[in-house]
Design a protein around this ligand. Structure first.
Ligand SMILES: Nc1nc2c(ncn2[C@@H]2O[C@H](COP(=O)(O)OP(=O)(O)OP(=O)(O)O)[C@@H](O)[C@H]2O)c(=O)[nH]1
Ligand SMILES: [Mg+2]
Length: 282
């Protein structure tokens, strides 16, 4: 994971300032907002620092870290190999759903899971072929139908065929966009119903992919999907290309994986401690 995260900026910010005056706290608040921590978190953290008046950089960073400590959560997605698990991968277009599925497929295959990918993004013309290519490259089986077919039917098929063949993990790709948001959410609710009728709740996870470079947008996306079908975990992608990650502290849903590049191996199990260090610099 990144060594030079937002925390590096925080550290140099403290280092450059001679006095902790009004301007310092204002700039700190602005900086936290720019880091996607959200206005409320930024205000609270700045107030808290003002209250405690840290004397050293270490003290300062420690205070920020302590404020973020209970806001950043991690979860380990460790499917029970004796059961069939379904992971529904969600997110708006372009965040990295399909890539993350290919990475997870590789990750779980290497842990000896019998993985299937379900091509349930039937809305975008090239989506199925894109997943098919990942299937060929990773050697993970794909269940697919034609473009425009019902995504719920694809997942239904994937579940039946996994049960028949003794596979134990289905990773479902989904559309990031439809004619409008309402359509997408309705479609996802239908899919959700189909899975819930066939898979035990503890083996079914709804995972939202968010792009670390989009900041505040990721927060509204999480709210939207969470309201529509409920979320169990996040995947934070593109954490390689930028230093921010504060949105995670605003969303409050536990992070399972972090994507750090475009290759199949560029995925890490979320490490809360390392992430907090990269956010707070200590
Ligand atoms: N640098 C970097 N690029 C990533 C990462 N994850 C995905 N990408 C890139 O982001 C772009 C979009 O990824 P996709 O997996 O196609 O995104 P998607 O959410 O499936 O997009 P739609 O199917 O259009 O909704 C691709 O160019 C990926 O290579 C990551 O962790 N780091
Ligand atoms: Mg896709």
């Amino acid at each position: 994971m990144k060594k030079m995260g937002f925390g590096a900026k925080l550290a140099s910010f403290f280092g450059f300032r001679k006095t902790l005056d009004e301007k310092f706290y204002e700039d700190l608040e602005d900086m936290l907002i720019e880091g996607d921590f959200g206005a409320r978190n930024a205000y609270n953290i700045s107030e808290m620092v003002q209250d405690k008046k840290p004397k050293t950089e270490e003290e300062f960073l420690g205070l920020v870290r302590s404020a973020l400590d209970d806001k950043v959560k991690g979860v380990v997605l460790d499917p029970d190999p004796s059961k069939l698990s379904v992971y529904l991968v969600l997110g708006v277009n372009g965040v990295g759903k399909t890539t993350s599925i290919a990475k997870m497929a590789t990750y779980y295959k290497n842990k000896n899971y019998r993985v299937v990918m379900a091509a349930a993004d039937t809305f975008r013309a090239a989506a199925i072929d894109q997943l098919e290519l990942h299937s060929q490259r990773t050697g993970v089986r794909i269940v697919r139908q034609n473009n425009g077919s019902d995504p719920g039917a694809v997942i239904y098929d994937a579940i039946s065929s996994a049960q028949a063949k003794g596979d134990n993990l289905i990773l479902c790709d989904t559309a990031g966009r439809m004619h409008n948001k309402e359509n997408l959410m309705k479609e996802l609710q239908k899919i959700d119903k189909i899975i819930r009728a066939r898979v035990e709740p503890e083996n079914y996870k709804k995972i939202l992919v968010i792009d670390a470079t989009t900041g505040q947008n990721a927060v509204s996306q999480a709210e939207l999907f969470n309201q529509a079908i409920g979320l169990d975990a996040l995947i934070l992608t593109k954490y390689d290309s930028m230093a921010k990650g504060g949105a995670v502290a605003q969303i409050g849903i536990p992070v399972a994986f972090v994507g750090t590049g475009e290759h199949y191996e560029d995925i890490e199990v979320f490490d809360r401690d390392t992430f907090l260090s990269s956010l707070a610099g200590i």
